[in-house]
Design a protein around this ligand. Sequence first.
Ligand SMILES: Cc1ncc(COP(=O)(O)O)c(C=O)c1O
Length: 388
Amino acid sequence: MNIKWAKRIEELPPYLFAEIDRKKNELVEKGVDVIDLGVGDPDIPTPEHIVQSLREASGDPEHHRYPSYVGMPAFREAAAEWYSKRFGVTLDPAREVVTLIGSKEGIAHAPLAFLDPGDMALVPDPGYPVYPVSTTFAGGVPHPMPLLKENGFLPDLDAIPAQVAERAVMMFLNYPNNPTTVLADEGFFGEVVDFARENDILVCHDAAYTEIAFYGKNPLSFLEIPGAADVGIEFHSLSKTFSMTGWRLAFAAGNERAIAGLGKIKTNIDSGVFQAVQVAGITALENSSVGLEERKEVYRERLEIFCQGLREAGIEYTVPEATFYVWFEVPEGMTSSEFSERMLTEAGVVVTPGNGFGDCGEGYARVSVTFDTQRIEQAAERIAKFRP
Ligand SMILES: Cc1ncc(COP(=O)(O)O)c(C=O)c1O
């Protein structure tokens, strides 16, 4: 029998990284030493006090049963407390916070709560691919907002056509930004609040990287901006801050009605996060500064090592002030895909072609420095020798 696929998966764009993966595996099989800087997944282990907390909590039979759909009250309280300390934002843990199985889960489910078929969602381009895909899955239409170098990789809200603003019911934003690594300031977020209010658009700010910033930079929460809680929610993840990508723990916070909408979807789809993981999450949030500076220092050093290699190769890049990525321009006359293919075959380094994040990522590439420092040094040496 020929199993029919629904159009929503049949029509997904081809997986851009599949060809690179195939070539990478071919080279590895031939014995080539390939350094893969593709995926942003911290190599630094989760701090021991968090692991210990899970060890203890996992033995408690109370945690072996179904968890609450929207998260343990104690975890949501810890999230609210952390928001208050870190950003000065007051949240009602019962109504303004919902626990997520990683922020990807919340981002992927949000359009189901807010979009009707044909509604538009504004998505950053380049951007995390889950924003447009989840929009499409919900029957919505993603409308790209170009993030251009000349605008500091912030979307130009004035450039959004009136009829698009009219049809749009959601806007995804993400600062510090993956892949461009830039931060947003209060002025920009203020414009977003005004734009959202004028056009009845729910802002979904993805704040996965607020804690990974360097050189004294202090990324904002969107919810710090006056009026933001009237128009938006924020996704916050423990993945990057605490090296907990494998644990699947995050939360959304902000507008009460939007949080309730997302919670309603989740109640009907999943059964929450293993409570012992939430207990470990409380330990993480209550001791949020333990080891954070040290982890950031590791990323900063690696980013600088890699950027030195780019400078030696004469490649333009944006100085990363946050995240653990470098976003750089591919040499003139080459497409992103051609560059990443040549980097792989000639230098044995996997870089992510920028067009994988949207059309406006064409001409760029991204690397992640979530790998052993020695490997980053080797990759930088190889890049430094690359001649287009
Ligand atoms: C911009 C952005 N948002 C969200 C996520 C998802 O993180 P998680 O689901 O682990 O919370 C990622 C992961 O790479 C990301 O880069």
